[in-house]
Design a protein around this ligand. Structure first.
Ligand SMILES: C[S@@+](CC[C@H](N)C(=O)[O-])C[C@H]1O[C@@H](n2cnc3c(N)ncnc32)[C@H](O)[C@@H]1O
Length: 238
């Protein structure tokens, strides 16, 4: 099926419908049991999404509306270089790679090999395995290596979504790596609302709260804090 069929993509409907659908040999179509056909140029995402739902930690996956929003942001800023700090099973990395042109690259940081193993077949089937550079080590090591390799100031988009205690460090490294006008997206900044009044023994909420307050005053960026999902901050480098 032609990849250039432009279709309206409704994630909620599509995810619901594909539960009753099966895969066909045709790469951009999903056929349902009732013989209605839904064309969707991003159907690989749905298969990755559904596979991830089988994992016991699937709640870690970014929400569909958030992934869709970030993919469009990537298109808007013509991003060709992105980093994901915390890839998990690759749903969002795939979404970002699909939103990029052929020369686009996503550096995907993940420490758990079981998650990486889940992601790889989806990247391959979607034809974007060459666009996604999986870094199987700590994200901090990868970010430091990129800086040491002279890549500071060359990235368009960074999505921070790994261990919360390191968020501030990831943010500082990302600021180095991102170009002027590039976007750093930070997930879970509301932490189910616990950042509003963090408990004395809740270090995660405290560190997220501290980062939120730091960014509020940070003159190096323009800030947007969205109530999408569990809270999504966009920091645009000045
Ligand atoms: C919330 S999940 C990421 C979800 C993913 N961004 C998505 O949208 O589907 C966080 C991931 O970060 C990984 N992670 C945790 N600490 C890490 C570290 N220090 N370096 C790299 N990855 C890490 C975890 O194994 C987990 O898969």
């Amino acid at each position: 099926m032609a990849a250039d069929i432009k279709m309206f993509f409704c994630v909620g409907l599509a995810v619901g419908l594909t539960a009753k659908c099966h895969r066909t040999a045709q790469p951009h179509a999903v056929y349902c049991q009732d013989n209605k056909m839904i064309y969707c140029s991003l159907n690989y995402l749905m298969f990755a999404f559904q596979r991830t739902l089988q994992d016991q930690w699937s709640r870690m996956m970014v929400s569909t509306d958030q992934a869709q929003f970030m993919a469009n942001l990537i298109r808007l800023i013509n991003a060709t270089k992105a980093i994901e700090v915390g890839m998990y099973t690759g749903y969002n990395a795939l979404s970002m790679a699909l939103a990029m042109p052929e020369n686009g690259r996503v550096v995907a940081c993940e420490i758990e090999d079981s998650y990486i193993n889940i992601s790889k077949p989806f990247f391959k089937e979607a034809g974007v395995e060459n666009k996604i550079d999986i870094q199987h080590q700590t994200a901090m090591k990868t970010l430091n290596e990129l800086i040491a390799a002279g890549e500071a100031g060359t990235y368009d988009f960074v999505f921070i979504d790994a261990d919360k205690g390191n968020y501030d460090n990831y943010y500082e490294k990302s600021l180095e790596l991102i170009r002027k006008g590039g976007v750093i997206a930070i997930d879970n900044v509301l932490w189910s609302g616990k950042v509003v009044n963090p408990a004395p023994d809740d270090q995660t909420s405290q560190s997220l709260d501290a980062l939120n307050k730091k960014l509020h005053k940070d003159q190096r960026i323009d800030l947007s804090m969205l109530t999408v999902g569990d809270g999504l901050t966009l920091a645009i480098k000045r």
